[in-house]
Design a binder for this molecule. Structure first.
Ligand SMILES: [Zn+2]
Length: 147
């Protein structure tokens, strides 16, 4: 659901009155979950916002007080599903611009991910989980197309 700051229902749903400063939020109405996001943002930022809000749902943050830990967890969730580290490494997307182009995210989000990628490259911390190996196999065609 898109939102415009001037829509009354959005103000009513946004209990914390954050709609003028935040990019999106999640609410439950009549047993349905709605992710509401700002329509004026670019597509990369919107994709991250929706993934972040989806993270709050999956991580069971709904109906709990907002706190910094939940925000960090939702950001990490969004970064990991939109910019899987082993996939961006295999695609040799080492700069923020390359990650932004590859993953369809904002340059801001890609910059955080590029910094994290550099840390992991220095420590050679890849494929420590069987899930990473499985993920790269699933992305094999995508990786080949982007190399
Ligand atoms: Zn959040």
């Amino acid at each position: 659901m898109l939102f415009d700051d001037n829509v009354e229902i959005v103000r009513a749903l946004d209990k914390d009155n954050r709609n003028s400063t935040c990019d999106g939020f999640t609410c439950i109405y009549k047993d349905n979950i709605f992710i509401i996001y700002k329509k004026s943002n670019n597509i990369g930022r919107t994709r991250f916002t929706i993934a972040h809000e989806f993270g709050h749902i999956v991580l069971l943050h709904l109906n709990k007080l907002v706190n910094d830990d939940y925000e960090r967890e939702a950001n990490m969730f969004a970064a990991r599903i939109l910019m899987p580290m082993c996939v961006i490494k295999e695609c040799k997307a080492f700069t923020p611009q390359a990650i932004s182009n590859l993953c369809g995210v904002s340059l801001t989000a890609a910059t955080y991910r590029a910094n994290r990628l550099q840390e992991l490259l220095q420590r050679n911390k890849f494929y420590t989980s069987p899930y990473e190996v499985k993920l790269v196999k699933q992305f094999k065609k995508f990786i080949k197309q982007n190399n």
